[in-house]
Design a binder for this molecule. Structure first.
Ligand code: SF4
Length: 412
């Protein structure tokens, strides 16, 4: 998402009109992901859809899928131009060349349907890219390269710019946030966060993801001291079986993961903790899956994203012979999702009666997100009583769970 925002800005600076409601954009850019086979499929579908809708538009594929498989994408008739993620600096000039230097053009940037920049209440700020780990199933190190931190001054400037433009929340993103700053000397994620808190006035800061072994007391103490940091921790689990975690080459085991969760709950009791988990990794037996289910159930997290395992060309898990049949992957992901839904429901129920800060994403309080990751909407009588505007922050009392949302009323 941070990449799409940066791209949008670059195009605007070059005279393009960036948006997402054109009848027929001159250029349609798909900023692709390639983390799963499903992500690849979605990007191809987006290209086919765009070409069918707007045959005269220049359809451009960039991002990680374009980096990983340019040859495969060349065979797609719907894609006119492919620019790999590592060459994203060239994208503006290459598009201008293709448009015969016609600079004022309407351009749409799509990250699977997400609005890329304008009108958003929340913006991503990339603090590092690349990854030096070699998880067996992951294509990121190949397509994004070695870890590289963005200098703190650039990050602070970006955040101040966003705050000046009215953005109320920034999400610090990257692939491996826990090692931020290793190349700068006397710099780390906790030091960076402290700098952001003291040198910017952005009202809310969220950290997109952190690994369990990278959470430490220094970090958690910052959350305790400053309410601008959202009490929401996304810690990818990937499997609830030590055997599978080892095969995945993850750097933690289940005991370390549980310790990280316990520590967060000790320091920040009402924090939301979310995770990712993969169903059907090669060699995952019924017993391993049962272990994963029980582990996930007992963690009582506020949300879990379940991914179906898929072979990614260029990763080592692709060469593990004991593949899990598709039907079993489907069934296991269904079972994990059931657990995720139940835990989420319990988490939402446990939030009833709390007073939280919500950032409204829609007018009249139709939808907003609390600091601790609860999606809320205003109760009906409240909508008539108070004009609630998108991109404002209110204190709300959480009243009642309805499906995956919580009904709330404003208390200030
Ligand atoms: S830590 Fe592992 S899963 Fe995450 S980006 Fe790096 S290689 Fe991929």
């Amino acid at each position: 998402m941070a990449d799409s925002q940066k791209l949008a800005l670059e195009f605007q600076q070059n005279g393009f009109i960036v948006g997402n409601k054109f009848n027929e954009p001159d250029v349609y850019i798909i900023n692709s992901c390639t983390i799963t086979a499903n992500a690849d499929r979605t990007a191809r579908q987006a290209a086919n859809y765009a070409k069918k809708q707007w045959p005269n538009s220049l359809v451009v594929m960039t991002g990680c899928y374009a980096e990983r498989d340019p040859k495969g994408l060349k065979s797609l008739e719907s894609v006119d131009l492919i620019v790999g993620g590592k060459k994203k600096n060239e994208i503006v000039s290459r598009i201008i060349d293709r448009l015969n230097n016609r600079k004022i053009s309407q351009i749409e940037i799509s990250e699977f349907g997400n609005d890329s920049l304008l009108g958003r209440t929340r913006a991503s700020v990339k603090i590092q890219e690349g990854c030096d780990q070699v998880c067996s199933y992951c294509i990121v190190p190949k397509v994004r390269g070695r870890e590289k931190s963005i200098p703190p001054i650039e990050i602070i400037n970006s955040i101040n710019n966003l705050a000046n433009r009215g953005v109320k929340e920034v999400v610090l993103t990257g692939t491996q946030l826990g090692t931020y700053g290793f190349e700068f000397g006397n710099m780390s994620l906790d030091i960076l966060i402290k700098k952001i808190l003291s040198e910017t006035e952005i009202p809310r800061i969220r950290v997109s993801s952190i690994q369990p072994h990278e959470l430490n007391q220094n970090l958690l103490e910052i959350w305790m001291d400053d309410s601008r940091l959202c009490p929401h921790f996304h810690i990818p689990l990937q499997s609830g079986s030590d055997k599978i975690l080892k095969s995945m080459r993850r750097k933690y085991d289940l005991r370390m993961f549980q310790n990280a969760v316990n520590e967060i709950r000790t320091y920040i009791p009402r924090a939301s903790i979310t995770t990712d988990i993969i169903a059907g990794y090669p060699g995952e037996t019924d017993d391993d899956h049962e272990e994963s289910k029980n582990y996930l159930k007992n963690l009582l997290l506020s949300d879990s994203h379940v991914f179906r395992y898929s072979d990614r060309p260029g990763t080592t898990s692709m060469y593990i012979n004991e593949k899990t049949p598709t039907k079993i992957i489907d069934f296991r992901s269904f079972e994990l999702r059931e657990i995720a839904i139940l835990n989420k429901k319990n988490y939402l129920e446990s939030s009833i009666g709390q007073i939280r800060k919500v950032l409204w994403e829609e007018n009249e309080g139709r939808s907003g997100l609390t600091d601790n990751y609860v999606r809320v909407k205003l109760s009906k009588n409240m909508v008539f009583k108070k004009k609630v505007k998108k991109n404002t922050i209110d204190s709300v009392l959480l009243l009642k769970v309805i499906d995956e949302e919580v009904l709330a009323e404003i208390i200030k």
